[in-house]
Design a binder for this molecule. Structure first.
Ligand code: GLY
Length: 373
C-alpha cells in the first residue's frame, strides 16, 4: 500500500511513522517545514483529566485513552529517534484565586471524580508547599497527578527523525493543491502540478485542511487563533515546577527554564498578529497566579492556529470518497491525542476496519447534524 499524507504536524508525522513501521510506503507532504503549525505553537500539556467536562463524553474517553498511551509512546519515539521529547511528570495544579474560582473547581472536580479521574483538593498551604510562589490570596487548588506535559517542539523533531528512519519520505515546502480521483476513489495528490500516486490519501493538514481541493465536501475545519508568550526562569531555581492552570492563563515550565504562558482563544481566521489586548490578558492572568513573573524577561511571543471542527472534536476515519481518510480537527488536544490517533488510524488503514477508538469521530456525524437541523 502507498499512502500520501497531507500535513507534517505531529498527527501526520506520527501516523506516517506508525504506517512506515508496519511496512507501508509513506510520502508526507508539508506546505511549510514540518511541525511549524499548531505543533510548534502548542504548550504540550497532556491535560486529559483536569480538562474533562460534562457533554464531551466520547472526546473525554479518547483523551484519557491517549493520555494512558503517552509514557510508552514517548519512550518508543525517543528510542526510534535517539532524541528526547521532554516528557515531565510533575503533574498539573489548577489554582483558585478567590471563592468563586474555588467553587467552580470543586464543582468540576465532582464531575471528574464521577469519571474515575484521580484529583486531590489542596488547601492554600498544601498548594504552596508544591509551588511556593503562588499568589498570596490563593483560595485553594486541585492537584492532577496524571496531567503531565511534553515538549511539543522536541516531539516534532523526534517524530520527523523516527519517520525518516522508518523509511518515510518527507517532502517539505510541498503544498498539496488537490486530491485526484480515478475510478471513483482517491488516486493521489497534486503538488506543484506534479501528480504523486497513492492508494490512500490522508488529510492531516490541521487548521489548513480547508485549503486542499477535494472532490467531496471538505471537513468543517476552521482556524482558532491562540496568542502565547514565554518568559525565562532560572533553570537551577525555577519559579514554577508544575503545569499551572490559573483562571485566565496557563503556565507550562520547561526543563531549560522557559515558562510558556497561554493562550487566547479567538475566532479571527488566519490573522497572525499579536495584539496588545492578547498580551495584556496573558500577562495579567499569569501575574495574578504567580506575581513573581513580573521580573522575568519575555523571550518569545507567537500565534498559533488550532484546527477546530464544528463540534470541536476531531474528524477521524474514512471520508465519503473511498481511499481518502480524514485525520484532522484536533483543536486544543492535538499533542495529547497524537498517540491514539496514530495507532487507531494506522489500524483502520491497514486492517480496513474502523478502529473502535475513532469510530465516534467520523465525518458522517456532520451530515447527521445537518439532516437533523
Ligand atoms: N491546549 C491548550 C490550548 O489550546 O490553548
Amino acid at each position: 500500500m502507498r499512502v500520501a499524507i497531507i500535513g507534517g504536524g505531529v498527527i501526520g508525522l506520527a501516523l506516517g511513522w506508525r504506517l512506515a513501521q508496519r511496512g507501508v510506503s509513506v510520502a508526507l507532504f508539508e506546505r511549510d517545514t514540518v511541525g511549524r503549525g499548531a505543533s510548534h505553537a502548542a504548550a504540550g500539556m497532556l491535560a486529559a483529566a483536569c480538562e474533562a467536562e460534562p457533554g464531551e463524553a466520547a472526546l473525554g474517553v479518547l483523551n484519557r485513552t491517549s493520555l494512558a498511551l503517552w509514557p510508552d509512546f514517548a519512550a518508543e519515539v525517543e528510542a526510534a529517534s535517539e532524541r528526547s521529547v521532554g516528557l515531565r511528570r510533575e503533574g498539573t495544579m489548577l489554582v483558585a484565586l478567590n471563592r468563586d474560582d474555588a467553587a467552580r473547581l470543586r464543582h468540576d472536580m465532582a464531575f471528574q471524580h464521577s469519571q474515575g479521574i484521580d484529583l486531590a483538593w489542596l488547601t492554600p498551604g498544601e498548594a504552596r508547599e508544591r509551588e511556593p510562589y503562588l499568589a498570596p490570596q490563593l483560595a485553594g487548588a486541585v492537584f492532577s497527578p496524571d496531567d503531565i506535559q511534553v515538549d511539543n517542539r522536541a516531539l516534532v523533531a523526534a517524530l520527523a527523525e523516527a519517520f525518516r528512519r522508518a523509511g518515510g519520505a518527507l517532502h517539505e515546502q510541498a503544498t498539496v493543491a488537490r486530491v485526484e480521483t480515478a475510478q471513483g476513489r482517491a488516486s493521489g495528490v497534486v503538488v506543484d502540478e506534479t501528480f504523486h500516486p497513492a492508494d490512500v490519501v490522508v488529510l492531516a493538514a490541521g487548521a489548513w485542511s480547508g485549503g486542499v481541493e477535494l472532490p467531496i465536501a471538505r471537513p468543517p475545519i476552521r482556524p482558532v487563533k491562540g496568542q502565547m508568550l514565554a518568559v525565562q526562569m532560572n533553570p537551577a531555581d525555577p519559579l514554577v515546577r508544575h503545569v499551572i492552570w490559573a483562571p485566565k492563563a496557563y503556565l507550562v515550565p520547561r526543563a531549560d527554564g522557559r515558562l510558556v504562558v497561554g493562550a487566547t482563544v479567538e475566532e479571527r481566521g488566519f490573522d497572525d498578529r499579536m495584539t496588545a489586548g492578547g498580551l495584556y490578558s496573558l500577562l495579567d492572568g499569569a501575574w495574578r497566579a504567580v506575581p513573581g513573573i513580573e521580573d522575568l524577561p519575555v523571550i518569545e511571543t507567537w500565534v498559533g492556529f488550532r484546527p477546530g471542527s464544528r463540534d470541536d472534536a476531531p474528524v477521524l476515519g474514512p471520508s465519503a470518497l473511498p481511499g481518502l481518510m480524514f485525520c484532522t480537527g484536533h483543536h486544543r488536544n492535538g499533542i495529547l491525542l497524537t498517540p491514539v490517533t496514530a495507532a487507531a488510524m494506522a489500524a483502520t488503514m491497514i486492517d480496513g476496519v474502523v478502529d473502535p477508538r475513532v469510530a465516534p469521530f467520523g465525518a458522517a456525524r456532520f451530515d447527521r447534524l445537518r439532516s437533523a437541523a
